[in-house]
Design a protein. Structure first.
Length: 84
Protein backbone atom coordinates (compact mmCIF):
# COMPACT_ATOMS: atom_id res chain seq x y z
CA UNK A 1 0.00 0.00 0.00
CA UNK A 2 2.85 2.37 0.82
CA UNK A 3 4.43 1.68 -2.56
CA UNK A 4 1.17 2.44 -4.38
CA UNK A 5 0.89 5.66 -2.39
CA UNK A 6 4.38 6.67 -3.46
CA UNK A 7 3.52 5.88 -7.06
CA UNK A 8 0.39 8.00 -6.87
CA UNK A 9 2.30 10.90 -5.35
CA UNK A 10 4.94 10.71 -8.09
CA UNK A 11 2.32 10.66 -10.84
CA UNK A 12 0.58 13.61 -9.20
CA UNK A 13 3.82 15.55 -9.14
CA UNK A 14 4.42 14.74 -12.79
CA UNK A 15 0.92 15.88 -13.69
CA UNK A 16 1.36 19.13 -11.79
CA UNK A 17 4.68 19.78 -13.50
CA UNK A 18 3.12 19.13 -16.90
CA UNK A 19 0.23 21.48 -16.16
CA UNK A 20 2.59 24.18 -14.91
CA UNK A 21 4.88 23.95 -17.93
CA UNK A 22 1.85 24.11 -20.24
CA UNK A 23 0.52 27.20 -18.50
CA UNK A 24 3.97 28.80 -18.40
CA UNK A 25 4.58 28.19 -22.10
CA UNK A 26 1.20 29.71 -22.98
CA UNK A 27 2.01 32.78 -20.89
CA UNK A 28 5.45 33.15 -22.44
CA UNK A 29 3.92 32.73 -25.90
CA UNK A 30 1.47 35.52 -25.16
CA UNK A 31 4.31 37.76 -23.94
CA UNK A 32 6.33 36.96 -27.05
CA UNK A 33 3.39 37.88 -29.26
CA UNK A 34 2.89 41.16 -27.42
CA UNK A 35 6.59 41.98 -27.70
CA UNK A 36 6.59 41.11 -31.39
CA UNK A 37 3.70 43.48 -32.01
CA UNK A 38 5.22 46.25 -29.92
CA UNK A 39 8.73 45.96 -31.32
CA UNK A 40 7.30 46.66 -34.78
CA UNK A 41 6.40 50.13 -33.63
CA UNK A 42 9.26 52.61 -33.76
CA UNK A 43 8.04 54.62 -30.77
CA UNK A 44 8.16 51.62 -28.49
CA UNK A 45 11.82 51.05 -29.37
CA UNK A 46 12.64 54.66 -28.50
CA UNK A 47 10.79 54.40 -25.17
CA UNK A 48 12.62 51.17 -24.40
CA UNK A 49 15.95 52.80 -25.23
CA UNK A 50 15.18 55.72 -22.92
CA UNK A 51 14.18 53.39 -20.10
CA UNK A 52 17.32 51.29 -20.49
CA UNK A 53 19.62 54.31 -20.49
CA UNK A 54 17.85 55.80 -17.46
CA UNK A 55 18.09 52.48 -15.66
CA UNK A 56 21.83 52.25 -16.38
CA UNK A 57 22.48 55.84 -15.31
CA UNK A 58 20.48 55.43 -12.11
CA UNK A 59 21.85 52.01 -11.19
CA UNK A 60 25.58 52.56 -11.63
CA UNK A 61 25.99 55.54 -9.24
CA UNK A 62 23.86 53.75 -6.65
CA UNK A 63 26.11 50.69 -6.88
CA UNK A 64 29.21 52.85 -6.57
CA UNK A 65 27.72 54.64 -3.58
CA UNK A 66 26.92 51.38 -1.81
CA UNK A 67 30.35 50.06 -2.66
CA UNK A 68 31.93 53.12 -1.04
CA UNK A 69 29.78 52.75 2.08
CA UNK A 70 30.43 49.04 2.55
CA UNK A 71 34.05 48.89 1.41
CA UNK A 72 35.45 49.84 4.82
CA UNK A 73 36.99 47.05 6.85
CA UNK A 74 35.47 48.47 10.04
CA UNK A 75 31.65 48.79 9.98
CA UNK A 76 31.64 51.56 12.61
CA UNK A 77 33.94 53.61 10.42
CA UNK A 78 31.57 53.10 7.49
CA UNK A 79 28.60 54.29 9.55
CA UNK A 80 30.51 57.32 10.84
CA UNK A 81 31.66 58.34 7.37
CA UNK A 82 28.11 57.88 6.08
CA UNK A 83 26.76 60.18 8.81
CA UNK A 84 29.39 62.80 7.98
Amino acid sequence: QAASGKRQAASGKRQAARLYSKRFSSVSNALNNILAVLSDSFIFNIILLIFVTLFIFVRIPANLLFYNIFSFSNPDQAVLSFIE
